[in-house]
Design a protein around this ligand. Structure first.
Ligand code: GDP
Ligand code: FE
Ligand code: FE
Length: 204
């Protein structure tokens, strides 16, 4: 999938190059390269759907915009915001998406609700996900720089059955976190229960 170098600028009042400079200014080169690979993968997945590819690019390029912000700034922002305050005990792994949406809106002037939501849920997924949410969630997981057991299966699913790829990622992330005795954000469990768990309605 070739990247569009000329944007209509419907979603951000910046050229692609200007946005790249701003994103790069927020992070290490290593993370910036990850962001570019997420864009590449997201466009590859999106190519199979009738989608606005400019929107896909912008969501991918901004998804980790807030990942390297100091904890103090993130904590202050969370305390001032309406978001679930229990995220305070989960660290930047959870903060950077939830608060990243707000930071991207404030600093890059992106107001498109779908782009902001894709940033917001890119780490945990969500009980209900739009196509754009799924594409960014999965592209982040299977971009070409990643390396973990099961990656080839996830990569194939990403291109053949996006919902299965979402399910696979949710399950593997939960297993990974549990195997490391990591604290699991309750929303991660809700998402697992919705997307992965089998249950019998008549027991409810
Ligand atoms: P990245 O920003 O490109 O590294 O990728 P993500 O935003 O998807 O994930 C950031 C980190 O959050 C990863 O190490 C995930 O394993 C981790 N993560 C995802 N869900 C949870 C959770 O419920 N609890 C914790 N502690 N970490 C999580
Ligand atoms: Fe992230
Ligand atoms: Fe990422």
């Amino acid at each position: 999938m070739t990247k569009q170098t000329e944007w209509r600028q419907d979603f951000v009042a910046l050229s692609r190059d200007e946005l790249l400079v701003k994103v790069a200014s927020q992070m290490s080169n290593k993370r910036f390269q990850h962001v570019l690979r997420v864009e590449e993968k997201a466009l590859e997945i999106a190519g199979k759907f009738p989608m606005d590819l400019e929107k896909v690019s912008i969501a991918a390029l901004t998804h980790d915009y807030a990942k390297e912000r100091p904890d103090e700034e993130m904590i202050a922002r969370i305390k001032k915001s309406q978001v679930d305050q229990t995220i305070l005990s989960f660290g930047n792994a959870i903060w950077h998406g939830v608060m990243g949406a707000e930071i991207v809106q404030e600093e890059l002037g992106i107001t498109d609700a779908e782009i902001l939501q894709a940033i917001r849920v890119h780490t945990t997924g969500d009980v209900v996900m739009t196509l754009l949410d799924k594409i960014i969630f999965v592209a982040d997981y299977v971009e070409e720089g990643r390396d973990f057991p099961g990656l080839e299966d996830a990569r194939q699913l990403a291109l053949t059955n996006l919902d299965e790829a979402v399910r696979y990622e949710i399950k593997q992330t939960l297993l990974f976190l549990a195997s490391k005795n990591q604290k699991i954000y309750p929303k991660t469990i809700d998402v697992y229960n919705t997307w992965v768990a089998n249950y019998k309605e008549d027991l409810c």
